[in-house]
Design a protein around this ligand. Structure first.
Ligand code: FE2
Length: 209
C-alpha cells in the first residue's frame, strides 16, 4: 500500500456523517480493533470532562487513526509529509503515530479545531505545556487502553483522579518509570516536570535514566 497516496487521495463521503466516515476509514484500513479502542477512549473523554468538552469525543475516535501505518513505514511517511521529527521518534517510530494521527485528522477528516489536533498530537507522551484537553485525552487513552485486560496501574490511577487529573497522570508516568521505558520522549520528560509542579510534589526522580 502506498500510504502517502492513500492519505493524499482520501475523500470524505458527503452522503454520510462524520462518525460513519471515521468508521469506514477504520474498516477500509483493516483496523477495526483500533476503532473499538477509539470508541472506548471517546466515551472516556466525556466521563472525564463531564461532557464539557464534546469535541474531545472526536479526538478520542481519531487519536489512533494512523494505526494502519506499520512501524517500519512511519518514519519514511513522516519525512514525506515533512512532519517535525525528534531523535526519540527516529529511534522508536511508534512514537510518530500521534503526529501522523493529527495529520490524518486534519487532512482526511478536515478537523480544524486546534485543541483537538493538539490533544491528538500529544496523546501518548503529553508535553510540558499541556492544556486540560491534552490531559483529558491522554488520561482517557490510559484508562481505556488498547491492550487486553485491565491496566495494572488503573486502580491507583482512578484513586488519584479523586484528587486531580495531574495526580492521575503521575500515577501512569511513575508506572512507566518503573517498567523499563525503552525510549524517553522529551515531551514526556517535560510533562513529568509540569505534572509534579501542578501536584505540588518535588520531582525527586527524573524520567531520564
Ligand atoms: Fe490509543
Amino acid at each position: 500500500m502506498d500510504y502517502l497516496k492513500f492519505i493524499q487521495q482520501y475523500h470524505l463521503n458527503n452522503q454520510v456523517d462524520l462518525s460513519t466516515n471515521i468508521r469506514n476509514f477504520y474498516q477500509q484500513t483493516n483496523t477495526m480493533a483500533t476503532y473499538q479502542h477509539g470508541l472506548a477512549v471517546a466515551a472516556e473523554t466525556q466521563l472525564l470532562s463531564e461532557n464539557n468538552q464534546p469535541q474531545l469525543y472526536w479526538a478520542g475516535l481519531l487519536h489512533d487513526i494512523s494505526a494502519f501505518i506499520p512501524n517500519n513505514q512511519r518514519l519514511n511517511l513522516a519525512q514525506q509529509l515533512q512532519l517535525p521529527i525528534l531523535p526519540a521518534e527516529q529511534q522508536l517510530p511508534l512514537l510518530l503515530h500521534q503526529k501522523l494521527s493529527a495529520y490524518i485528522a486534519q487532512t482526511c477528516f478536515h478537523i480544524t479545531d486546534n485543541n483537538m489536533i493538539a490533544a491528538i498530537e500529544c496523546h501518548t507522551t503529553l508535553k510540558g505545556q499541556f492544556t486540560d484537553s491534552d490531559l483529558t485525552l491522554f488520561l482517557a487513552d490510559k484508562i481505556a487502553w488498547d491492550q487486553p485486560g485491565t491496566p495494572p496501574y488503573l486502580p491507583e490511577l482512578q484513586q488519584a483522579l479523586a484528587t486531580s487529573k495531574a495526580d492521575a497522570a503521575l500515577v501512569y508516568l511513575n508506572y512507566l518509570r518503573q517498567n523499563d521505558l525503552k525510549v524517553v520522549h522529551p515531551w514526556l520528560i517535560d510533562a513529568y516536570q509540569t505534572l509534579n509542579t501542578i501536584a505540588g510534589r518535588p520531582a525527586s526522580h527524573s524520567l531520564k535514566y
